[in-house]
Ligand binder design. Structure first.
Ligand SMILES: Nc1nc2c(c(=O)[nH]1)N(C=O)[C@@H](CNc1ccc(C(=O)N[C@@H](CCC(=O)O)C(=O)O)cc1)CN2
Ligand SMILES: Nc1nc2c(ncn2[C@@H]2O[C@H](COP(=O)(O)OP(=O)(O)OP(=O)(O)O)[C@@H](O)[C@H]2O)c(=O)[nH]1
Length: 477
């Protein structure tokens, strides 16, 4: 059910995580909770003050003694009246208290909240814009410190303020251009005198900067899906274990040891990565292994980055080289467009460095890989030589650069909107370059650019999108 349909009902939920905790919170939000407060607490509460009370069930039995806080509208998280009950954090206590609250609230139509409904109300009542509301969920879901700090910045309004300032500048520009549409005689001179072209160009540069920070933020939020691929026995499982710092996957000298995907969430420099170890890629008559190999291809098809591992000690074997050529072709065919491919030359401990470099360079050249010109990533999962370089190269290849001003956590939705805005501004600039610019087309491009920006903060947003965004929150948030 779309929560938007029932947005004026009073709602209640447990706000704290399921399970045991020192303290647990039940909260309610609604347009007028004063009667509910009196019914539960036996009296009115002083606004925004913690009051110690004993909460009782319908038979007057004690549920718990805890704190009640009343935030009368509009000075609350949701902008409505909010009542918060802070009690001992046992699941049964919280369940009983929520049940009691819902029973007492039946008279005013109090119901259990849907996921994200408190924050949705904060958005609808103008306490948060859409990007900030999304940041609330992202802050809760953040898996690394860098991601949490990025979400905190977005929640504090850093992304919203930048986007808002850009939208304001566009609004002014649109007003200018649209005014000239009514006075066609003066139009071009007017546009030139107002420096519209320069302003469009300046906006373009600013949008590009916010877009770069937002792209980083999206990487930070979504994490990077890295697939380890290569022939059997090249050291994929050893690399997974080295990256994870734990013996997760079985390592043996038997080719075909890994038969199914093994995934592990790790972080490098605060960026979350999902590393997937796959079954070695080869033709096999073993049924289980061949299913494993098929799953390897599925994993590659969903990868953001593929680490293609090679075994330096086997490069000179013709059978090995032939299999590599086939795999390279198939990896290129399966990996999504835009995915990063890095060649990793493992078991460097078995050779001296100059020899290892020469072998991988010659091999890449013989295979006609672009890699031929590059230094190549030498690795020994045994000694861990090259592991740090690999980590850094992987992040860099995926487009990560720790920006000095700090990244705001962002979503693909924001990246797409900003990229759309950038495109419309570019078209607008091209139109302005013509000797006799088509002002109606210019006005339309600026309108579309403006609309993209407003979608980020939620000034123009479809209900379906709102339902989708808030539906992914946890209950009670
Ligand atoms: N106990 C508790 N802790 C919490 C929350 C909560 O709801 N309850 N929060 C949420 O889930 C977050 C804090 N967010 C909040 C945001 C605004 C207001 C609020 O009362 N705003 C008023 C008054 C502002 C002021 O006095 O400066 C307002 O915006 O008008 C409260 C909490 C995190 N910690
Ligand atoms: N000398 C040396 N041997 C290594 C290195 N990395 C892995 N090995 C050995 O290579 C063999 C295969 O390693 P695995 O990590 O199981 O290789 P895999 O690619 O996962 O193999 P499959 O599961 O068959 O696909 C094991 O005997 C490892 O000890 C390395 O850096 N140097």
């Amino acid at each position: 059910m779309n929560p938007l349909a029932r947005q004026s009902d009073p709602i209640a939920a447990v706000a704290t995580a399921p399970g045991r905790g020192a303290v647990g919170i039940v909260r309610a939000s609604g347009q007028d909770l004063s009667a509910l407060v009196r019914a539960l607490c036996g009296r009115a509460l002083e606004p925004r003050h913690a009051t110690l009370l004993t909460f009782r069930d319908a038979q007057n039995g004690i549920i718990d003694t805890g704190l009640a806080l009343y935030f009368p509208a509009p000075h609350s998280y949701t902008g409505e009246d909010v009542l918060e009950l802070q009690v001992h954090g046992g699941p049964v206590v919280l369940h009983l208290l929520l049940g009691r609250l819902l029973a007492l609230g039946r008279a005013i139509g109090l119901r259990a909240a849907e996921p994200g409904e408190f924050t949705q109300r904060a958005f609808l009542n103008g306490k948060l814009d859409l990007a900030q509301a999304e940041a609330v969920a992202d802050l809760i879901d953040a898996t690394t410190e860098t991601a949490a700090r990025g979400a905190g910045r977005a929640l504090a309004g850093e992304l919203s303020n930048r986007v808002h300032a850009l939208a304001e500048a566009l609004r002014e520009l649109r007003a200018l251009v649209e005014a000239t549409l009514d006075f066609p005689e003066e139009d071009i001179d007017f546009i030139r005198a107002a420096g519209v072209a320069a302003r469009v160009q300046a906006l373009e540069a600013q949008v590009a900067e916010v877009l770069a920070r937002t792209r980083q933020g999206a990487l930070l939020r979504e994490g990077i899906r890295v697939v380890l691929a290569g022939q059997p026995n090249v050291g994929k499982s050893s690399l997974l274990n080295a990256l994870a710092g734990a013996e997760l996957a079985i390592v043996t000298d038997v080719p075909g040891t890994t038969r199914d995907r093994v995934s592990q969430a790790i972080q490098i420099g605060g960026v979350p990565l999902h590393i997937v170890d796959t079954a070695g890629l080869r033709e096999t008559s073993d049924t289980v292994e061949s299913i494993g190999v098929a799953r390897s291809w599925d994993a590659i098809a969903e990868a953001d980055a593929v680490l293609f591992l090679h075994d330096l000690t086997r490069l000179e074997s013709p059978a090995y080289a032939q299999a590599e050529a086939q795999i390279a072709q198939a990896v290129a065919g399966h990996a999504p467009r835009g995915a990063t491919l890095l060649h990793v030359w493992n078991k460097s401990d078995a050779l001296d460095e100059a020899e290892a470099r020469k072998r991988c360079r010659d091999f890449a050249a013989a295979q006609a890989w672009d890699e031929a010109a590059q230094p190549g990533l030498l690795l020994s999962t045994r000694t861990q030589a090259g592991l740090d370089d690999l980590r850094q190269a992987l992040l860099a290849a995926c487009g990560w650069q720790a920006l000095p001003e700090g990244v705001f956590l962002a979503r693909t939705r924001h990246v797409q909107a900003l990229a759309g805005c950038a495109e419309h501004l570019q078209t607008a600039r091209r139109l302005l370059g013509a000797s006799c610019p088509a002002l109606d087309l210019l006005a339309e491009e600026l309108r579309l650019a403006h609309q993209d920006l407003m979608a980020i903060t939620g000034e123009v947003t479809a209900d379906a999108l709102l339902g989708d965004i808030f539906g992914r929150f946890c209950i009670g948030k």
